[in-house]
Design a protein around this ligand. Structure first.
Ligand code: F6R
Ligand code: MG
Ligand code: MG
Length: 370
């Protein structure tokens, strides 16, 4: 029987502002998923958070896009929103953009990343949770994990990884997708995914010859475009991802290595600024300074017979202290630009923020220069 792991997430209200999830919300989500587990709707679950995003991590045997699992997540977000409203939490129900559930959370506000797989002899899996940024923030680290031999030693010295990987890339502006194979199409892949606000890595697959099935994804990123769905700016599409590791795939340490470099991502204050992504333990995922800097949490699971068990909070490791220090240094440097690019996002990326309304106000004051 195949196992499915689903992360379904939403911001149902922040506490205070957009910084964290209220303990009562966490408790409610726990209670709802405990009931579902008891009733057999899911095998196992873990309720996590990153900043103001509530993260439901669930294992089950019903495949991706399963209506009952998505409805469970939706209903949980709805009951958590009731608490958020009662406590007047900030932006209560922010990510629930539809009135009624329509079969799948896609296009309704929440984000999701799911993989169905035949459990290998041992199945280490890492769930990554981000706040104050967008799905393209995963492009650089996921590329490094699966295609950069300077990051992943296995690409060079493990025969099992020599076949390379297939990247499925979404063009989120044009609603199109393309698959590219590494290593031979590395340059083409980078030509696309370097433009991270438009081209985002959705899934990665092993290739023929790999000891891991080429039919099942080994990485999956949530790519739902909240700004486009909502029409106006309602917060960045804070993404999640999951990555399977070891035995013909990048080792856990190779999947974590890219995060030693706190690369610049877009998001941060008002979803309108570039800043470093800081790897932190879940308890430290509280973006406060200028509503940031953006955070990433890594929860490591050892999936067993459809069960998740308790995760290890991987970025709690002191080995990531230097990355955090560097992130704080870069945060200081970027902040000194104030309202200037490249701290503020380039104009085309500001389209979905509150800036156009301000520019509209000035339109009538312009006259010809000639
Ligand atoms: C970023 C984010 C926050 C808000 C900011 C303003 O994704 O959610 O930085 O954009 O706090 O929030 P409002 O407009 O609700 O006052
Ligand atoms: Mg929020
Ligand atoms: Mg958020």
């Amino acid at each position: 029987m195949k196992t499915t792991v689903s992360i379904i997430k939403a911001d149902v209200g922040g506490y205070p502002g957009h910084s964290t999830v209220h303990p009562e919300i966490m408790k409610k989500a726990e209670d709802e998923l405990a009931i579902a587990k008891k009733q057999g709707g899911i095998n196992d679950y873990f309720v996590g958070r990153c900043g103001d995003d509530l993260e439901l991590i669930m294992s089950h045997n019903t495949g991706v896009d399963n209506k009952a699992v998505h409805k469970l997540a939706w209903d949980t977000f709805v009951s958590c929103t009731e608490i958020a409203k009662r406590l007047k939490l900030y932006g209560a129900g922010q990510d629930l953009l539809a009135d009624t559930f329509s079969g799948n959370v896609k296009g309704m506000g929440p984000g999701s990343a799911e993989i169905e797989f035949e459990e290998r002899r041992s199945e280490p899996l890492i769930c990554f949770l981000m706040d104050k940024t967008e799905p393209g923030a995963f492009n650089l680290p996921v590329f490094r994990m699966f295609a950069d031999p300077f990051n992943t030693a296995g690409l060079v010295i493990d025969k099992g990884l020599h076949h390379g990987f297939t990247f499925e890339v979404y063009d989120v502006m044009d609603n199109k997708k393309v698959t590219l194979n590494t290593p031979e199409e590395v340059y083409d892949l980078l030509a696309l995914i370097g433009g991270k606000s438009r081209y985002v890595i959705k899934r990665v697959y092993p290739r023929k010859g790999s000891p891991v099935s080429e039919k099942e994804p080994v990485a999956c990123v949530s790519t739902d475009k909240l700004s486009k769905i909502a029409g106006t700016y309602v917060g960045k599409d804070d993404p999640v991802a999951m990555v399977r590791c070891q035995s013909g795939l990048p080792a856990m340490g190779e999947v974590l290595e890219p995060w030693s470099f706190p690369h610049l991502v877009s998001g941060w204050m008002r979803g309108s600024h570039n800043g470093p992504i800081m790897p932190v333990a879940m308890e430290d995922a509280n973006p406060t300074r200028f509503d940031g800097p953006p955070r990433v949490v890594a929860l490591g699971f050892q999936v067993c017979e459809g069960m998740l068990g308790r995760p290890v909070d991987l970025f709690r490791d002191k080995a990531f202290d230097n990355a955090r220090k560097k992130a704080l240094y870069v945060a200081d440097y970027m902040r000194q630009h104030g309202p200037f690019e490249p701290h503020r996002l380039p104009s085309e990326d500001m389209e979905y923020t509150t800036l156009p309304a301000v520019l509209d106000k000035l339109k009538a004051r312009f006259s010809s220069m000639d």
